[in-house]
Design a protein around this ligand. Structure first.
Ligand code: ZN
Length: 244
């Protein structure tokens, strides 16, 4: 089976549309690691599409938009975008987001937004956070999002404190080996923060055990124009071009 992995769409329809056009030609299912909404101008278009996908887990921005997470400590621009999204989300889409699980799984693979031990809020970015999660994980492979950085943490069974990291900022692939543990981030569809503005997503071939990340151009100017017209703060649409 081939599974498409997307994450952190953040209401960017043009980026999602580019990703799904590629994925729908190649994969059997699409799974989302959360943050469908928040920041961008098209929350309903993005949720409408995700309602058809097999699995999506709840992200912190999703949770904030439907009252499942207090967002007083979010930065002011993110708070503004959450308030804007709350006003614009349809009732059906609100209910869909409200019911999303914190974790999900398919055979041997777990899916979360932030991390295994704190699915909504932990950023897997420091050695300690990654190491602790590798110790706790109930499956060898977890897909996650939240950092908006495409890459894979690799835990080797031979040396139990060694963690390797494979950056997928420019795309690329990795063959997953048995007995190793992996924390895999397909990158952000709608707001990459790894220095590459191009939309990011992945395909996992469960037969060959190969995970591959794709980075593709999308109609970024269209998204930015919509954000401008919607009155979303300038730094939020400017950052899309920077990939930050
Ligand atoms: Zn996010």
């Amino acid at each position: 089976m081939k599974i498409g992995f997307i994450s952190d769409i953040h209401s960017n329809w043009e980026a999602l549309d580019t990703a799904i056009k590629k994925l729908e030609k190649e994969v059997d299912e699409i799974y989302c690691c959360g943050d469908i909404i928040g920041y961008g101008p098209d929350p309903n278009e993005c949720v409408n599409y995700l309602r058809k996908s097999k699995i999506s887990v709840l992200g912190n921005h999703d949770a904030a938009c439907v009252g499942r997470l207090n967002y007083d400590n979010f930065n002011p621009l993110a708070q503004y975008a959450i308030d804007w999204t709350k006003e614009n989300l349809t009732k059906e889409n609100f209910e869909f987001i409200y019911r999303l699980p914190l974790k999900d799984n398919l055979e041997g693979i777990g899916i979360v937004h932030g991390s295994y031990r704190n699915p909504l809020e932990e950023y897997l970015i420091t050695y300690n956070s990654v190491f602790s999660n590798f110790q706790l994980m109930d499956k060898n492979i977890y897909f996650f999002g939240h950092t908006h950085i495409a890459g894979v943490f690799i835990y080797s069974p031979e040396n139990n404190r060694e963690i390797k990291y494979l950056s997928l900022v420019k795309g690329g692939e990795i063959e997953l080996k048995p007995n190793y543990k992996y924390l895999i981030n397909p990158g952000s569809v709608g707001q990459p923060r790894d220095g590459n503005w191009k939309t990011s997503f992945g395909i996992f071939d469960t037969k060959k055990n190969i995970f591959k990340v794709y980075r593709m151009d999308y109609l970024i100017e269209v998204t930015q124009k919509k954000m401008q017209i919607s009155g979303l703060p300038r730094p939020l649409w400017e950052r899309l071009s920077l990939g930050r």
